[in-house]
Design a protein around this ligand. Sequence first.
Ligand SMILES: [Zn+2]
Length: 74
Amino acid sequence: MKEIIIKDKRKYLTRNYPFEDLPKLTDKKLCIHCNEIITVGDYKVYQTEDGEKLICCPNAPECDGTVIDWFRLD
Ligand SMILES: [Zn+2]
């Protein structure tokens, strides 16, 4: 997978976030793949070989978690 550099992270997240409760870029979430607390705005975007773009854990590529693996802290 190759990393896509996102210039406007807020706009990209707003357009591509797969769930209804859009988080703020400053929100903290738990990534259950690397088991670390991550800041939403640090997300990375990777493009798969078939062209799909995934919102990935800030710890990618070491962590293979994506946005669906992030859980609320409370
Ligand atoms: Zn992770």
